[in-house]
Design a protein around this ligand. Structure first.
Ligand code: GCO
Length: 255
C-alpha cells in the first residue's frame, strides 16, 4: 500500500536546472521512484553528463536544453516534447541563481536577472506545463522556494524577494489550477551543501553560524530533498495544495 502511494512509475517529470545540486538530487529521486525524467539545463556539457550518468544507472532520461528565462525557448521546448510524445505530468521548477550585494550597491540589471531567473521563469515554465495538464485533468507542480520565502538575510534582497514570490506564485497556481486536478506546492530548502553555497561554507564564521543556528546542527545534503519532492510528485499528495514544506533541519521552527 505505502509504496504504491509514492510510486511514480509511468509518469514523466521535467526538472529545470537538473544537471547538478538540488535539481540533480531530486531528479534522481524521481527516477528511483520509477519516473522517466526530462532533465533541463542551460549548460549543454553539464546536461549531457548528468543524463549519461542517469542512463548508465538504468533510468529513462530525456534532455531538454533551454533557457528558462527565454519565453520563446520555453514554448519551443514544450512543443518539441509534444512532438516526441513526452507528456509532462510532474514539473519541478528548481533552477535558480544567487547574487549577494547590499541593496545600496546593487545594479537594477542584477536585481532583474535574479527575479527573472528565480521567479518569472517559474511562471513561464509553469504556464506552459499547465496548458497541457489542465485538459488532461491532472498534474503536479513543485516550485523550489527557500528559507527566504519566509525570512530575510542582509545582502540577498532580490533572491529573497523572488523566493517570497515563489510562495505566493504557488498559492496563485493553486487558486487557478487546483480545480483542474493540478496540485501546486513548494519546497523550502534550508542551508544545503551546494555549489551556490560554497562561498558561505568556506567562510568560517558563516559556517559556524549555520551549524549553531540550525537545530539539526549541520548543513543539509541535496539528496535530503528527494523524499519531499517524491511525496509532492506522487498520489500521496493528491489533496495537498498551495503548501510550502521547509526542509531545513528545523531552522525556521526555532529561534
Ligand atoms: C544565502 C544562501 C541561502 C540559501 C538558501 C537558504 O546567501 O543565505 O544562498 O539563500 O541558498 O536559499 O534557504
Amino acid at each position: 500500500m505505502a509504496n504504491k502511494l509514492f510510486d511514480l512509475t509511468g509518469r514523466t517529470a521535467l526538472v529545470t536546472g537538473a544537471s547538478r545540486g538540488l535539481g540533480r538530487a531530486m531528479a534522481q529521486g524521481f527516477a528511483e521512484a520509477g519516473a522517466a525524467v526530462v532533465l533541463n539545463d542551460v549548460h549543454a556539457p553539464r546536461l549531457a553528463a548528468a543524463a549519461a550518468e542517469m542512463r548508465a544507472a538504468g533510468h529513462q532520461v530525456h534532455e531538454a536544453l533551454f533557457d528558462i528565462t527565454d519565453e520563446a525557448a520555453v514554448a519551443a521546448a514544450f512543443k518539441n516534447l509534444d512532438q516526441r510524445g513526452i507528456e509532462i505530468e510532474i514539473l519541478l521548477n528548481n533552477a535558480g541563481i544567487q547574487f549577494r550585494r547590499p541593496m545600496v550597491e546593487l545594479d537594477t540589471a542584477d536585481w532583474r536577472r535574479v527575479i527573472e531567473t528565480n521567479l518569472t521563469s517559474a511562471f513561464i515554465v509553469g504556464r506552459e506545463a499547465a496548458k497541457r495538464m489542465i485538459p488532461r485533468g491532472h498534474g503536479k507542480i513543485i516550485n523550489i522556494g527557500s528559507l527566504m520565502s519566509a525570512i530575510a538575510r542582509a545582502t540577498i534582497a532580490p533572491y529573497t524577494v523572488a523566493k517570497g514570490g515563489i510562495k505566493m506564485l504557488t498559492q496563485s497556481m493553486t487558486a487557478e489550477w487546483a480545480a483542474h486536478g493540478i496540485q501546486a506546492n513548494a519546497i523550502g530548502p534550508g542551508y544545503m551543501l551546494t555549489d551556490m553555497n560554497q562561498a558561505l561554507l568556506a567562510d568560517a564564521a558563516f559556517n559556524a553560524w549555520v551549524i549553531r543556528r540550525t537545530p539539526a546542527r549541520r548543513w543539509g545534503k541535496p539528496e535530503e530533498l528527494a523524499g519531499t519532492a517524491v511525496f509532492l510528485a506522487s498520489s500521496a499528495s493528491d489533496y495537498v495544495n498551495g503548501q510550502i514544506i521547509y526542509v531545513d533541519g528545523g531552522m525556521l521552527a526555532v529561534l
